[in-house]
Design a protein around this ligand. Sequence first.
Ligand SMILES: [Zn+2]
Length: 224
Amino acid sequence: MFIGHFAVGFAAKKYAPRASLAALLAAPLFADLLWPPLLLLGWERVRIDPGNTKMTPLDFVSYPWSHSLLMDVVWASLFALGYYLLARYWAGTIAIWLGVISHWVLDWITHGPDMPLYPGGPRYGLGLWNSVAATMLVETAMLAVGLWLYVRETRARDRIGRYAFLAYVLLLLVFYFGDAFTAPPESVGQIAWPGLIAGVVMMVWAWWFDRHRMQAKTPALEFQ
Ligand SMILES: [Zn+2]
């Protein structure tokens, strides 16, 4: 799953409006942000295998540290704890904990049977990726709902808040639909390096435009 993870982060803004969108996105994307550096370190492995599922030419040979349920619970707890110590904001802390774990659940629905319960443990996957149409329908619908919640919860303070946000969404869609029509990568480096760089850029960019948006509704407390 790709834009579906972004959908979770955008939607979380409704429940944790004072948390930065960057943190709310980094949580559901955490496993995928961790994956490229682990590939480069050789701790996790992927094989290029066109036709593995209809949606991706990748065979996820082994990714116990980024993509097992047990490790995702560990990452969720560490991320949530770190966030709580910095921000002292319960709604954001809970959104982050649930967000990190949501990655496993959503990947379990989309991937073939390669999602481990724990490192070295049994692997599961319902295989939504065997249908391109179904995958795109589900993910596009998820993103639409996530964006709708985000747009209702926030409003642009200035042009950056409006246009940098719109450009972000547009780029997500271009990545997502463009990827379905491009040739498979030729090497693991061609996945890991762009993945690593894109991950950092997308988080910083989200932090940037989100700072230029504000809560659409003034919290009731401010009237008291
Ligand atoms: Zn993933």
